[in-house]
Design a protein around this ligand. Sequence first.
Ligand code: KG4
Ligand code: ZN
Length: 336
Amino acid sequence: MLTVLGIETSCDETAAAVVRLDGTGEHRILSNTIYSQIHEHETYGGVVPEIAARSHIQVLDSLTQQAMTEAGIDWHDLSAIAATAGPGLIGGVIVGLMTAKSIAMATNKPLLAINHLEGHALTARLTDDVPFPYLLLLVSGGHTQFLLVKAVGDYERLGTTIDDAIGEAFDKTAKLLGLPYPGGPAVERAAQKGNPSRFKLPRPLLDRPGLDMSFAGLKTAVRTAALKEEPVDEDTVNDLCAAFQAAVADVIGHRTERAFDVFRQRYPQVQPTMVIAGGVAANNAIRQRLQETADQSEARLIAPPHKLCTDNAAMIAWAGIERLRLSRDEDPTALS
Ligand code: KG4
Ligand code: ZN
């Protein structure tokens, strides 16, 4: 049996969770606590690293204690402590990692330094038991990547954004149109009331081979279109949001089609599966477009529950378990 405490503090969520894998291979999230700092950053229209780090310090100890209490276990029941060690905002990463190190020292348990992206990449194996290999589309405020997940620790980046992350483009577009932070949900709400055909926006990079994407030009195109409109009334904002969202969904849809082709070339015998993760995966228009693309390509699309798609500590604990399981399989005397 493996029981791991996970800690995540790399951006604006403070999170602690306990995940257990029992001897029969069954796994369970015993607790999954999270504190979102969103309200502390909203007046600034984005995450302020200094505020984020200070806020993690304030809540992480009590949140960790809460995760242990909700899991109903004692510190000595833990097999290891896993914490995000990067990439992320360094102040927050230091708070999480040093807290995890202290717990590891005090309890004499191993510390597992987890890459945040690996956490996202392996979440689908916690929620849906997805076998390797599979594709991951990570679309958040900081990341926009197609990854080929071949095994624990064996990832290949097939494509990424060459400028803004997709969530960042949503947030910046919202800001320039006077919508609140975080911009993604606000743009989606406005887009539902808008007409996507009134403004013609570009589909950046689609004429190029490969899986890279670009979103900065799209945001600038929205600004240029808005500047030509006077006044920028509510209908215009809704129509611009609808056009922006349709363009993003189109770019992601086309790139996903190509990702399935790349997967088929590599693994002709395996039906492609794509897992989506990150806050932008909550967007219904993007989800719908991805589902259509998957259906056309006879591929499987997996969207873990929203709470596990966005930043959380259960994914960090689970990545720790996957790593421990691997080392135990390689060395049966290790951490049994
Ligand atoms: O994964 P996440 O919660 O945090 C990190 O960035 O790590 O993602 C947050 C991002 C923000 O940029 C937010 O605007 C975007 O996800 N987002 C959305 C939606 N909900 C959140 N973007 C588009 N549509 C949404 N419904
Ligand atoms: Zn993330």
